[in-house]
Write a protein that binds this ligand. Structure first.
Ligand code: NAP
Ligand code: ZN
Length: 335
């Protein structure tokens, strides 16, 4: 097969430049996908800037991919040429460990992220293990579903795993790419939903997406006013916050869950956890099984990303806009 063309970061924080690589022979368990859309997740920005010390340059970012299967490996039985699929954070796993065996491939120690040590979706094509190419329900538009492949599953899994239900009082912190999908899923789970945001102008849209209440966290004393109010708080923010204020906003037995990646360690007073039997947790994306379920729920409950479209060649413009928190609410690159 011919070379794959994309846009790669060659050094931390550098502009993306045209880049091509030879994918070699198609592996027996792989599929090759012709990419139509790729979301710009804030994790791509962290990787481009090498915030996590994981990036191996040059690399093509992108892990919210939708496209059509154009080739299948000799062992692939469940994907067909022409089928529309989505690919998220994970491209492969060992397939034999305890976690892979029980359908938690995202917890595999040998998990291979789509654009760490591999080339991702800001490109014309990509290859992944067929297990991680998930069929997309026909009612979902490619542009609106691409961000669900990482942003969507990252908010869906913790809501589901923490048993959010109609009696739950849920807060979503940071109404960006992840957060605006989190409001929709929290509503679909039947919860009473509060949006926490630094952007006053997001209030009306947050409410239309499922928030019953809106807290402007720039208001003085905003968190004190909601102390002891929430069963589940989900932070999607990539900046340091008043974490203690959020833990204090939990009801007894409540959980504070981080999915956003702030730069500094999170410090919490032990007694604020002990006293109300509160918990703090984290959550990664999700397994192929979770992705299938999340897409099905999105299709049946009308959950979709609100997007701003950029041509693939304008990937640098999209990344710059994400850094300025100016995207409403997810940039999607198109071929
Ligand atoms: P995003 O689109 O940039 O949204 C983040 C939101 O956080 C912003 O829209 C903003 O919301 C809020 N925010 C930004 N800067 C802030 C600041 N200085 N103080 C307070 N709030 C601020 O990013 P994203 O794509 O949703 O990703 C968010 C985080 O999740 C990133 O760290 C990303 O790496 C991480 N992530 C983790 C996983 C996982 O598996 N756990 C998966 C995907 C992404 P308001 O305007 O409403 O304040
Ligand atoms: Zn992501």
């Amino acid at each position: 097969m011919s070379e794959i063309h994309g846009f790669a970061a060659h050094a931390a924080g550098a502009h993306l430049l045209p880049y091509k690589y030879d994918p070699g022979d198609l592996g027996p368990n792989e599929v090759e996908v012709k990419i139509s859309h790729c979301g710009v997740c804030h994790s791509d920005v962290h990787l481009i800037d090498n915030d996590w010390g994981l990036s191996k340059f040059p690399f093509i970012p992108g892990h919210e991919i939708v496209g059509a299967v154009i080739a299948v490996g000799s062992e692939v039985r469940d994907r067909t040429v022409g089928e529309r699929v989505g690919i998220g954070w994970q491209a492969d796993s060992c397939g034999i460990c305890e976690w892979c065996r029980q359908g938690d491939e995202h917890l595999c120690a040998k998990s291979q992220p789509t654009c760490v040590g591999r080339n991702g979706g800001y490109a014309d094509r990509i290859r992944v293990n067929a297990k991680f190419a998930i069929p997309v329900p026909t009612v979902l538009e490619s542009e609106n579903v691409a961000p669900l492949l990482c942003g969507g599953i990252t908010v869906y899994s913790p809501l589901r795993n923490h048993g959010v239900r109609p009696s739950s009082r849920v807060g979503v912190i940071g109404i960006g790419g992840l957060g605006h999908i989190g409001l929709q899923f929290a509503k679909a789970f039947g919860a009473e939903v509060t949006a926490f945001s630094t952007s006053k102008d997001k209030e009306a849209e947050a409410k239309s997406l499922g928030a019953h209440h809106f807290v402007n966290t720039r208001d003085t004393g905003a968190l004190k006013k909601v102390a002891g109010s929430f069963d589940f708080l989900l932070s999607t923010v990539s900046a340091d916050q008043d974490w203690q204020g959020y833990v204090n906003a939990l009801r007894p037995k409540g959980t504070f869950c981080v999915v956003g990646v702030p730069p500094s360690p999170i410090q919490i007073q032990a007694f604020s956890l002990i006293g109300g039997q509160r918990g703090i947790s984290g959550s990664p994306t999700g397994s192929p099984r979770d992705l299938h379920e999340m897409l099905d729920v999105a299709a049946r409950h009308g959950v979709k990303a609100i997007t701003e479209r950029f041509a693939m060649a304008k990937a640098n413009d999209a990344v710059a806009k994400v850094k300025k928190n100016q995207v409403r609410y997810r940039a999607v690159l198109t071929n």
